[in-house]
Ligand binder design. Structure first.
Ligand code: ME8
Length: 512
């Protein structure tokens, strides 16, 4: 079995500070990376910033800065956000780095050598905000203001000499690839959009620009800079030291297991990127998952719309794990989702404080009073006990399947139901009435602690810091977490000491 797992986020434009949408993609990618690590995989998790192109050049000009200084500054805020979000990324790539430049120019040379690129002239619509070319049918005219239909971004007319990539030639091979690899594009509703776009006919793609200079130069013609998407997409292999295909990282992790992106950039990842790779004889990634948008009201949250919710502000007020939990659990993965302070507060109260926090607090304080903060000596498990414990073992393969199919919501529902069941079990068993039957009291506490351990392991990818706090009750360290261990009923060693824990999640009493 392939035990390597390579996951990437989009590399974000440092044209403005990061917002909740960026945090969302990164947190979800982190969830998968952490899950796969505790499942025993060797994981490479990449994120970074996409720093070339006209959009960045203009943003820098607006601030009166040279583009690199501008990028240095804002890229740093994305790097800091990775830390604030407690991302476990192995690398952070910037497209202004030398390793990337070398990789992009090499890919370009191969495409040119393979006669996949030719010089001609582009005339058509271009959106600087999307860094995308559009055909007439993709444009709407609102009283003379022309915008792209799908994104609403303004477009401008461009006419200039340009290199073209022979995208049209790859239409049939791409369709064949999609049909042979039905899970390459997910969710499947989005796959249908891509397939019909490709079926409707692919035109050759302009892959260089001449009218500005902020980018990677075409090696054979320094008047042109390479189209920012050809530049940006290559980050996924330049971070693995491409063009050195014998490099250990490249060998271990290419092709990528999953490119996690927002649905706005699916065409670039599911059409252009595989076409570039096919043309250069490089293996294709295994999956592209286009998740939905975080909306602000009914609209996409975006820098250009100015309706952003600052993740830092939310984290400062509610804590990181509350935000991580909300985004993983409350957004139906693959679809658009909403975040508001009210919804976040109600989620913190019902799931984190009243369910997880409550189980943790009551079992540990009961243990303190009755079992002297140690793992009690259990006796034989009865049917009620086994029902709690077996649940994890019996559903183990199903849970792994949820993750491998990116069915986050089923995974989360399982956790929530298990938490309810564990709280109910503790209530129904009434260990406080069993003081004259210590073997039974001890067994109930043992089972409850085991379930708390299992659920905390399941929650590790979602809320790593809080999960680690609970696991530290049992002296379990991060490096020792094994997902597989949720199958075992007797991991906790009798008589081992356990540690007390402060309130995990405070209930939010009233709005301000
Ligand atoms: O497109 N909801 O960068 P970008 C959910 N540099 N996710 C959102 C979002 C929202 N409201 N807004 C942004 C680029 N995102 C290119 C990518 S990759 C080779 C180059 C997330 O800064 C989502 O993942 O505009 C989306 O695809 C990405 O940020 C776009 O970030």
């Amino acid at each position: 079995m392939d035990k390597n797992f390579y996951i990437t986020t989009p590399i974000y434009y440092p044209s403005a500070k990061p917002h909740m949408g960026h945090a969302y993609s990164s947190i979800i990618a982190d969830f998968f990376a952490r899950f796969k690590r505790i499942q025993g995989y060797k994981v490479h998790f990449l994120t970074g910033t996409d720093e070339h192109g006209q959009k960045i050049q203009r943003a820098a000009e607006k601030k009166g800065m040279d583009p690199l200084t501008f990028c240095d500054e804002i890229s740093k805020t994305f790097r800091n956000l990775s830390k604030t979000l407690n991302l476990s990324n192995n690398d952070f790539i910037r497209t202004t780095e030398k390793r990337h430049l070398k990789s992009v120019q090499n890919l370009w040379n191969i495409l040119e050598k393979n006669k996949e690129i030719y010089l001609s002239k582009y005339s058509g619509w271009y959106s600087v905000s999307d860094e995308a070319f559009y055909v007439e049918e993709e444009i709407v005219d609102n009283n003379g203001n022309k915008t792209a239909k799908n994104s609403g971004s303004p477009v401008e007319w461009v006419e200039e000499e340009s290199y073209f990539f022979k995208l049209s030639k790859w239409q049939e091979p791409l369709l064949k690839f999609y049909s042979e690899n039905p899970n390459f594009i997910l969710p499947s509703t989005r796959k249908n959009e891509v397939v019909s776009f490709v079926k409707s006919g692919l035109k050759d793609l302009s892959v260089s620009r001449k009218s500005f200079s902020w980018g990677i130069k075409v090696p054979s013609n320094k008047e042109h800079v390479i189209y920012v998407w050809l530049d940006a997409l290559t980050n996924y292999i330049s971070a693995l030291n491409y063009p050195n295909q014998n490099d250990k990282l490249y060998q271990e992790f290419w092709p990528a297991t999953i490119h996690l992106i927002g649905k706005d950039i699916l065409r670039f990842h599911a059409v252009y990127w595989p076409a570039f790779l096919l043309a250069a004889n490089i293996p294709l990634p295994k999956r592209v998952y286009g998740h939905g948008w975080i909306l602000s009201g009914e609209e996409k949250m975006s820098k250009s719309k100015g309706n952003i919710l600052d993740p830092i502000e939310i984290i400062n007020k509610y804590g990181l794990d509350s935000l991580r939990y909300y985004l993983v659990k409350e957004v139906s993965f693959g679809n658009d989702g909403n975040i508001s302070k009210e919804k976040l507060e109600s989620c913190i109260n019902s799931d984190l404080a009243n369910n997880y926090g409550n189980l943790c607090q009551r079992v540990i304080s009961f243990n303190e009073k009755n079992c002297n903060l140690s793992i009690p000596k259990k006796s034989l498990f009865n049917q009620d006990d086994l029902k709690q414990l077996d649940n994890f073992k019996n559903n183990f393969d199903k849970l792994i399947g949820y993750i491998d199919n990116q069915d986050l919501n089923s995974y989360m529902n399982f956790i929530i139901e298990s938490l309810f069941a564990a709280n109910k079990y503790f209530n129904d068993q009434e260990p406080w009435k069993k003081k004259s039957d210590l073997p039974r009291l001890n067994t109930i506490v043992y089972v409850s602690l085991e379930v708390l351990r299992k659920i905390s392991i399941m929650l590790y990818p979602v809320i790593p810091a809080s999960s680690l706090r609970v696991l530290s009750v049992f002296n379990i360290k991060e490096k020792d977490i094994k997902f597989e261990s949720i199958k075992n009923h007797e991991e906790l060693e009798i008589n081992n000491k356990i540690n007390k824990i402060d309130i995990l999640f405070k209930k939010i009493e009233n709005h301000d």
